[in-house]
Design a protein around this ligand. Structure first.
Ligand SMILES: [Zn+2]
Ligand SMILES: [Zn+2]
Length: 464
């Protein structure tokens, strides 16, 4: 891991976008995210959580203000030096370490206090995440937000929940409980569903509408009082529990493995300025090959299968130079059936897939490079735009980016493009593909477009 892995953020004073090396950012966020008097092992666990999330999504901070360490001088007063030292120790003591699942950084969710058990990801976010499973946590019992109370008037409830209570005479406070029914709890006391007045709510809806701290709540018959245990969504690491575990003698690794099911703590090589594509997988598909020659040039008789292979190899070298892992569906003059190409791509699960071809339109002067993206896939479209921009700045003749419904695009389950480099039915254009400089221009332009796309967006890369 190098220090040139930078995290972007917004500077509080100047309101400008800034960059900070990863480890320094971990320090600043650690000061922000966890009570500084926490146990050193809990601080270390949190440092790894923060680092893991930063590596997984380095651009997420762009619009968040981060207080520099100096900013804590007033807040910490006499303890400033000691606290800075505590943070340095936690960050340096876990330097380069990440929480990993299947070798990739996890979505390291955490919350302040779970209230007795953490949550399954699918109960909170609709996504099942293997390492975000419910675990019992008796470590945080009695912590802050344990037994938080909130009281609501009947009219207030009607307004906040948009419900209607039947008209009743007399004392609201003793009657209200009759209008709260059908409470469903899970085995750990979180409210799954509840009927209030004339409406049914999920526990999460009530939490959001009434601004409660947790779905672990009870309604007390003495009044309209919600008493909740815990704070936060309950996913992943429970900070209060982590601290209690540390005090009981558990190490930061024990803590992380307790809250994130099945993970490892380890290092991965990170992208850097020189190698921005580390961790990215690109699959290039040179069309045709072997007995399938593709189109044949009208003038010189050059073959589609040869040109697309040459270009693909050039593109591969460019991308590998920048740290990507590149796989070709063929790297030689071989016949590979199309379904096999699709299967190879789908078993590798690359970040992107690019199929390279050439076009032919008899008796016409059509020329230029054309690209097709898979319909409705924004990733494919953005990748195409990015490559088009880079080619345009190099003066390549372009026909644009269109929606295409090719078998190869339909079969591939990642963002994919089909590129037609040019027309072999156009003698003048055919000549260009004999020119090494032109081929280099194409490979460089496409490579630059891929890099821009892969380093800008983080939506495509990790799917568990
Ligand atoms: Zn807990
Ligand atoms: Zn073709």
């Amino acid at each position: 891991m190098k220090d040139d892995f930078y995290i972007r953020y917004k500077d509080e004073q100047t309101n400008r976008k800034m960059e900070l090396p990863l480890e320094q950012m971990v320090k600043r966020l650690l000061a922000l995210e966890l009570d500084i008097v926490s146990h050193r092992e809990a601080l270390k666990a949190q440092a790894i959580v923060i680092r893991t999330n930063l590596v997984r999504n380095p651009h997420i901070l762009v619009d968040r203000s981060i207080t520099p360490m100096e900013g804590y001088r007033d807040i910490w007063g006499d303890n400033y030096d000691m606290n800075v030292e505590r943070i340095d120790r936690a960050v340096q003591g876990t330097r380069n370490m990440l929480a990993l699942f299947g070798g990739k950084p996890i979505d390291a969710r955490y919350h302040i206090l779970c209230g007795g058990s953490t949550e399954n990801a699918e109960d909170v976010t609709d996504n099942r995440v293997t390492y975000l499973r419910r675990v019992l946590c008796d470590h945080c019992t009695g912590g802050p937000h344990w037994g938080d109370e909130k009281e609501f008037g009947m009219e207030q409830l009607e307004e906040l929940l948009n419900i209607k209570f039947p008209d009743i005479d007399g004392d609201y406070r003793t009657e209200i409980v009759n209008f709260v029914e059908c409470i469903e709890k899970d085995e750990h006391g979180r409210i799954r569903a509840i009927k209030i007045g004339d409406k049914r709510f999920s526990g999460r809806q009530v939490l959001e509408l009434l601004d409660l701290n947790s779905t672990k709540f009870d309604i007390y018959p003495t009044g309209i009082r919600f008493i909740s245990n815990g704070m936060g969504h309950g996913l992943g690491l429970c900070q209060w529990g982590a601290n209690a575990m540390a005090e009981k003698g558990y190490s930061f690794i024990d803590i992380l493995k307790y809250y994130y099911t099945g993970i490892d703590v380890g290092e991965v090589q990170l992208p850097s300025i020189k190698k921005p594509l580390i961790g990215k997988i690109v699959m290039i598909d040179p069309g045709h090959g072997g007995r399938d020659e593709g189109h044949k040039g009208i003038g010189l008789g050059i073959l589609e299968k040869d040109i697309v292979l040459e270009l693909s190899l050039g593109l591969r070298d460019n991308l590998e130079e920048l740290g990507a892992m590149v796989r070709l569906t063929r790297d030689d003059d071989l016949f590979v059936p199309i379904n096999e190409r699709v299967e190879r791509a789908n078993s590798l699960y690359p970040d992107i897939f690019i199929s390279i071809h050439m076009d032919y339109f008899p008796k016409s002067s059509l020329e230029g490079l054309e690209m097709f993206y898979f319909r409705r896939d924004m990733g494919s479209w953005k990748l195409g735009r990015s490559i088009l921009d880079s080619l345009e700045s190099r003066g390549i003749s372009l026909r644009g980016l269109k929606e295409g419904n090719f078998y190869i695009l339909r079969g591939i389950n990642v963002s994919s493009l089909l590129v037609e480099l040019g027309y072999l039915s156009n003698g003048e254009e055919e000549l260009k593909f004999r020119d090494e400089n032109y081929m280099k221009l194409l490979a460089d332009g496409m490579g630059e477009g891929v890099v821009k796309y892969l380093t800008k967006s983080n939506f495509h890369s990790i799917i568990y």
